[in-house]
Structure formats: structure tokens, C-alpha cells
Design a protein around this ligand. Sequence first.
Ligand code: SAM
Length: 261
Amino acid sequence: MVVITSDQRQVIFDAVIAMYTNVALSPQQGYHFPTGRMAAEYVGYPPELLDRLPAAAVESFAGVGYPFATGVLRPGDTVLDIGSGSGTDLLAAALSVGTEGFVYGVDMTEAMRGKATANARLAGAENVEVLEGNAENLPLRDGSVDAVTSNGVINLVPAKRKAIAEIHRVLRPGGWVQIADIVVEDLPSEACRAKPRLWAECIVGATTQADYLRMFTEVGFTDVERLGELDYFAASSSASTRATAGGFGAHSMVMRAHKPA
Ligand SMILES: C[S@@+](CC[C@H](N)C(=O)[O-])C[C@H]1O[C@@H](n2cnc3c(N)ncnc32)[C@H](O)[C@@H]1O
């Protein structure tokens, strides 16, 4: 279990917001982690699905897996996408739930919220709303959504257990969560975790898979199941990122869990 001091928390939030403001505004710049359509196809998004989404959403994609492989979304569901970025999963979820359903996005980076809202308009998706908020304190009522999705986000959150308890709180009894995220085999040293840039690049904020899955069980989820994993950082264009990630055994996984009825 990783413990973060309050000083470090604000530094981490600031670094994350700065990084993802850049990914929103300058998607072609090139990052140490895979982004855009190449990344989406690498982690498993069907090209036919990506073709149905605005290119301006996919160009700033920074997810780490394909959480829709879990198959938990149903037509008519109300869904929350935590850390919705430029809107790739938000709009993919809107296609899954149809016009009878509704999709909320929450993101703490203003540039991402603006981009996702513009992309929802471009896609003609009227059943989408993007909210300002932090994964540690979600701006939704208890039991208000049928499903939660998230992609590449909880590894960036200092208080992971709190964020997972928040997912449990906003889900209705009987609801499901689907997640793609980064986990590590060996926890990074304190010195590495003190580097905000490495947090924002989705490496050193991650916890172990066992710790990650255990937190879901501890807050009350059942059927906590890891469905697959991927050598995500192998697709990084940076040799130093590949080496850093390899040193900790950092990789992505897709999981789902159920809130008992
Ligand atoms: C790696 S990007 C993934 C974006 C999107 N899920 C995707 O697949 O393209 C992480 C996103 O989560 C947001 N984020 C990170 N930490 C957050 C937190 N504590 N609360 C809310 N949003 C957060 C960032 O602003 C960024 O848009």
C-alpha cells in the first residue's frame, strides 16, 4: 500500500493536469506513453469502432487497455466514465447504451473536459455530459449509475482506495465496473515516486495487481476478476520509459467487478 503526503498530492495533481492539458491541446507532440489512434488500436479497440468516433476524440486517447472487452454495459444503462479525457470511451459507451441510456464523464483537466464536450457535440451525442471533478470525490449521488468505466486513471490517483470506494458509492446495487489500468509487479522506490513527471506518465503511481484487486474486494465488490493484461509500455517510443516501466514490471490490465444487489 502506497502512502502519499498532502504536499505530494497537490504536486501530483498539478503534474497530471499539466500533462493531460498538453495531450488535449497538442496531441501530435509525441509522448513517452502511447497516445492517439495507434495506442487505441494497440490496446485492442476495434478499428470499426474507432471509425465511428470523432477523430478529435481519438487523437488524444491516452487509455491503456480496452475495458469494453468485459461486456458489462447494457442498452439503457446510465454510465460514468472516470477520467474521461478527450471522450473516446465516453462516446464508445454512448454507442453501447444507446439513446435510452446516458453517459457522464468526470475529469479534473479543463482542456480535456472542453475537448470531450466538443467531441460529444461533433458526434451528435445528446446523452453525454462532462463534469468537473476528482476521482477521489465524485460529483454524483449515491447509487446513481448502473455502470462505471475508467481507463488509465486510478494509477494516477494518490488515494486509490478512496477512489475505489467512490466507485462503489455511486454505483447502484447490482451495478458493474469495468476498468483498464496500469499495475506493477514491484512497487517503485520512494525516490521514484517523488518524481511527478513519472506519475503523470502512468508509471510510478501504480500499485501492484494484488493490491489493486484487493481494494475492490475490501470496499464491498464481488466477482472481482482480471480479464487480461498487456505489455502496454512496449508501444512507447521512448527507450527510457520502456526501461523504467520494465524495471517495475509495469503493464496494463483489464478487470471488472460487481456491486452486490
Ligand atoms: C491517461 S489519461 C486517460 C484518458 C481517457 N480515459 C482515455 O482513455 O483516453 C487520464 C485522464 O484522467 C484524468 N485524471 C487523472 N487523475 C484524475 C483524478 N484524480 N480525478 C479526475 N480525473 C483525473 C486526467 O485529466 C486525464 O484526462
